[in-house]
Design a protein around this ligand. Structure first.
Ligand code: COA
Length: 178
């Protein structure tokens, strides 16, 4: 298993706590991209939705679907999550960081740490996949910086917030990980 606690130069990552809902609501509100691009963030979200999200993170099986609250200077400012598939041969990564901290490299720093841990801890892991809206240019830049390659675009592949959206699929193979 990947450790619950991870440290980077600027961040601490740890499991979500029920008390984190206020911080989650704050980072959801910080950038319209959260609501627009993340299926897990409902339209017109409220504190109740943040509570539901945090409860769901706390209830997840940490071996198959670990997630980490990203903490910067004592505040929860984002999330990184993994969902393993195919007997731990593939995992899907998700991430996000508070809008006020945009462009400081924190999303890359948090995701890179989790990626390194995943490949280190699971010898059978061959691929990390990421899915994003093709219009989410910041997220695509994060994936490029992490070394992911764009594998294609699935057209009208997910119904998000009343819109049938295209989905860009990115992959990082073990042999490409450095
Ligand atoms: C996408 C997101 C994770 C980026 O976080 P971040 O901490 O700003 O990311 P980083 O600083 O590590 O890297 C961002 C890179 O994208 C670039 N970038 C930021 N906003 C951009 C934009 N609107 N268009 C193009 N590039 C952009 C930055 O310049 C930087 O690249 P650079 O270092 O080459 O200059 C953040 O904006 C976010 O959480 N958005 C809402 C949630 C979300 O969409 N998550 C992804 C779901 S797939």
């Amino acid at each position: 298993m990947i450790p619950d606690q991870l440290e980077t130069a600027n961040l601490t990552m740890r499991p979500f706590l029920e008390d984190d809902a206020t911080a989650v609501l704050a980072y959801w509100k910080s950038d319209p991209g959260w609501e627009r691009f993340n299926a897990s963030v409902p339209s017109d979200f409220t504190m109740n939705d943040a509570n539901v999200f945090v409860s769901e993170m706390c209830a997840r099986n940490r071996k198959d679907r670990p997630s980490w609250a990203v903490v910067h200077r004592g505040l929860v400012v984002g999330v990184v999550s993994l969902s393993f598939e195919q007997d731990y041969r593939i995992t899907v990564i998700g991430y996000g960081v508070h809008g006020d901290l945009r462009g400081r490299g924190l999303a890359v720093e948090a995701a890179q740490t989790v990626i390194d841990q995943a490949f280190d801890r699971y010898a059978q892991l061959q691929k990390i996949r990421a899915h994003t809206d093709p219009e989410n240019t910041a997220s695509i830049r994060v994936l490029e910086k992490l070394g992911f390659l764009r594998e294609g675009t699935l057209r009208k592949n997910q119904f998000v917030k009343g819109r049938l959206c295209d989905e860009a699929v990115f992959g990082l193979l073990r042999g490409e990980w450095s």
